[in-house]
Design a binder for this molecule. Structure first.
Ligand SMILES: [Zn+2]
Length: 447
C-alpha cells in the first residue's frame, strides 16, 4: 500500500508540480498572446482611425496628424506619402486613345497590358493614383462647318456621348481597379477601398451644342466638370487659343456664358477655366458663386504661353477679401512647361512652386494631361512617375501635410465646396436656367 501510495502520492505530487509549471507557462503564454493581440488591435485601430481622419477630416487629406515620420530618402518618402494620400489627377485623356486607336471597342482595350501612351492599370498602381478625371474630350468642329455663330449642326454632342460611354465601359470593365465616382464623398470612399475613383470631365463648351439643357443632361450622366472652352471660341466663352493668344470674340464670357456659370453653380458642375482666355477666366472667377478649377494648366510667368495662367489671374484665387477659392492643377505638357527640350520634373516643380508662392500651397494640384500630350517631361514619362514630382517637392522643403493637399486634398476641399454651393442654391429654390442661345433659328423667337 505504502509502496502503492507513496509513488502515487509522490507521483501525484510530481504531477501537480509538473502541472503547476505547465499551468504557469500556459498562463504566461496566454498573457503574452493577449498582450500581443491588444497591441495589434491598438495598432490596427490607430491605422484605421488615421486613414479615416486623413480622408474624412475637415481639411480632407490636408492638415491632419498621421502615424509615423516619413523616411529620410525623398524617393522612399514620396512613395510612403502617396500610399496615404494618393494622386487625384484633374485631367487624363485615356478615352480619346480608346476612340482613336480602338474605335471605342471597350472589349478590345487591354488596360492590364502596356498601353500605347501613358496610362494603364499597372502604371496607375505604380504611380499611386487614387482618382482621376477621365476627359470625355472631342475636338473643336471645323470653323467653316460650324459657321461663324456656331449654329450649324456638328456631331460634337453625339461624339461626347460616345466618349462618356467608352469611359463608363472601361470603368465597369475593371471593377477591381476603378470605381465610378460623382462626388467628393465617392472619391474618398473609393480611396478607402483601394480603388481608383473615376470621374468624368467635358473639355470644352463646344461639346454642349450651345445648350444649357445639354449641360444639365451631362451632369445627370455623371459629368462633374465642364471646361468653358477648348482651343476654339464657342457660344459661351472665348478661348486662349493654343500657345499663342487668338483674337477675342466675346471679350470673355458671352451673355449666355454668364448664364451657363449660374447653372453650373446651381447643379454642382465644377467651372473649369483651363484653355480659356484671360478675360474668360476673370469673368468666370468673378461671376461664379462656387470655387473654380483649372483642371490642367501651368504658370505663365514660368513659361510664357497663352495656355498658362498669368499672375494677375492667379492672384484672384484664395480665401482673402475679394478672392475666390480654387485650385490650379498643373499641366505636364512639355510645350506648356518649358522651352523645347527643357521640360523635366524640376521644371514642372517650378510651376507648382510658383503657383504656391502666388496663391498658396492649398490652391495647387496635379492635372497631368497624360494621354492628351504627345511628349512628356523627363522624369514624368507616364502615370507611374508621380512619385518623382513629390520627391522633388520634398527636396524643396514641402512638408507632408502640404504635399497631401497637393496630391489630392486641395482638390477634395474645392469639390466639396462646389457641392455645398449647389446644395445651398437648390435649398434656396433657385430656378433652373432656361435661356436659349439667341442665334438659334430652330426655335420660335418668342412665345
Ligand atoms: Zn486640354
Amino acid at each position: 500500500m505504502s509502496e502503492e501510495t507513496e509513488p502515487l502520492i509522490s507521483s501525484q505530487q510530481r504531477n501537480y508540480a509538473h502541472d503547476d509549471a505547465e499551468h504557469e507557462a500556459a498562463q504566461q503564454q496566454s498573457r503574452a498572446i493577449r498582450i500581443r493581440a491588444i497591441i495589434w488591435s491598438l495598432l490596427t485601430l490607430v491605422f484605421i482611425v488615421s486613414v479615416i481622419v486623413i480622408l474624412f477630416g475637415p481639411d480632407h487629406y490636408g492638415h491632419v496628424d498621421w502615424p509615423g515620420a516619413l523616411p529620410r530618402d525623398p524617393d522612399q518618402a514620396a512613395r510612403k506619402l502617396l500610399d496615404m494620400a494618393p494622386v487625384i489627377d484633374g485631367h487624363i485623356d485615356l478615352p480619346i486613345i480608346a476612340r482613336r486607336v480602338w474605335r471605342n471597342n471597350v472589349s478590345a482595350i487591354p488596360l492590364h497590358d502596356m498601353m500605347p501612351m501613358h496610362v494603364d492599370i499597372p502604371r496607375l498602381r505604380e504611380g499611386r493614383v487614387g482618382g482621376f478625371f477621365w476627359s470625355v474630350f472631342v475636338s473643336c468642329a471645323d470653323h467653316s462647318a460650324e459657321g461663324i455663330d456656331f449654329v450649324n449642326a456638328t456631331w460634337r454632342v453625339r461624339d461626347t456621348l460616345e466618349q462618356i460611354d467608352v469611359a463608363k465601359g472601361l470603368i465597369a470593365k475593371y471593377p477591381e481597379t476603378f470605381q465610378y465616382a460623382i462626388s467628393s464623398t465617392d472619391i474618398k470612399e473609393s480611396i478607402t477601398q483601394g480603388k481608383i475613383a473615376s470621374l468624368l470631365g467635358v473639355e470644352g463648351g463646344h461639346q454642349l451644342g450651345n445648350s444649357i439643357a445639354v449641360l444639365r443632361q451631362y451632369y445627370d450622366l455623371g459629368v462633374r466638370y465642364v471646361t468653358l472652352t477648348h482651343t476654339c471660341h464657342n457660344a459661351f466663352a472665348d478661348s486662349c487659343g493654343g500657345l499663342e493668344t487668338i483674337p477675342p470674340l466675346h471679350y470673355g464670357l458671352s451673355p449666355l456664358g454668364f448664364k451657363l456659370i449660374e447653372e453650373m453653380n446651381r447643379i454642382g458642375m465644377l467651372v473649369d477655366l483651363s484653355h480659356t482666355s484671360d478675360m474668360t477666366a476673370v469673368h468666370g472667377i468673378m461671376h461664379s458663386k462656387a470655387p473654380v478649377i483649372w483642371s490642367h494648366s501651368s504658370a505663365r510667368v514660368v513659361h510664357d504661353v497663352a495656355r498658362n495662367v498669368p499672375d494677375e489671374v492667379l492672384s484672384m484665387i484664395g480665401t482673402g477679401e475679394g478672392q475666390k477659392d480654387g485650385i490650379i492643377m498643373v499641366n505636364f505638357s512639355p510645350s506648356f512647361v518649358a522651352p523645347d527640350g527643357k521640360a523635366d520634373v524640376k521644371k514642372v516643380a517650378d510651376h507648382v512652386q510658383h503657383i504656391a508662392n502666388v496663391v498658396g500651397k492649398k490652391h495647387v494640384g496635379i492635372g497631368s494631361d497624360f494621354d492628351g500630350i504627345l511628349d512628356t517631361p523627363k522624369g514624368l514619362e507616364d502615370v507611374s512617375k508621380y512619385p518623382n514630382l513629390i520627391a522633388e517637392l520634398l527636396r524643396r522643403g514641402w512638408d507632408k501635410y502640404e504635399l497631401a493637399g497637393f496630391t489630392g486634398g486641395n482638390f477634395l476641399r474645392v469639390f466639396a465646396a462646389v457641392e455645398d454651393v449647389a446644395r445651398q442654391l437648390q435649398a434656396a429654390g433657385t430656378p433652373p436656367v432656361y435661356d436659349i442661345y439667341r442665334k438659334r433659328g430652330d426655335l420660335p423667337q418668342r412665345y
